[in-house]
Design a protein around this ligand. Structure first.
Ligand code: FES
Ligand code: FES
Length: 154
């Protein structure tokens, strides 16, 4: 029986969820709120695949206990899909074939979106730095950097 009631604003909607003290934010987002863009890679805070925004900053949802999200604002890719900058990023990912297996793509796009929305001048080195916390097994990263850079120049 879940014992803690937490309140979060998730993708602009106020939600109340019952959680156990050891539930992870990742599981609550995926299993309770059905936000399947949030993926689990390592589960130990090393790969960045589970990245979401908490109060506007990228965090690793696999190492955040769900109760720590109480009274915080969470944004996942589902909450950004209709954002004009995100739509440009996704278009650019298609153009540069920056998504191959796609497993890292939601985290890459969220991190790219965060970068473009928080910094005015973004060069390729800055993009490399920003996405360096997200592991991609497929692309070699260059296509992802090019895709984000194209939107940065617009
Ligand atoms: S699944 Fe969270 S950092 Fe790897
Ligand atoms: S596209 Fe496969 S892990 Fe990045």
């Amino acid at each position: 029986m879940k014992s803690l009631l937490i309140k979060m604003n998730v993708n602009g909607v106020d939600r109340e969820v019952l959680v156990d003290p050891d539930d992870r934010l990742l599981d609550v987002l995926r299993d309770e709120l059905n936000l399947k863009s949030v993926k689990e890679g390592c589960g130990t805070g090393d790969c960045g695949i589970c990245t979401v925004l908490m109060d506007g900053k990228p965090v690793l949802s696999c190492i955040i206990p769900a109760f720590q999200a109480n009274n915080h604002k969470i944004v996942t890719l589902e909450g950004l899909n209709s954002d004009p900058t995100m739509q440009k990023i996704q278009q650019s990912f298609r153009k540069y074939q920056a998504a191959q297996c796609g497993f890292c793509t939601p985290a890459m796009e969220v991190v790219g979106w965060h970068l473009l929305n928080t910094e005015k001048k973004v060069d390729k080195n800055r993009i490399k730095e920003a996405i360096s916390g997200v592991l991609c097994r497929c692309t070699g990263y260059y296509d992802i950097v090019d895709a984000v850079y194209e939107v940065a120049q617009q």
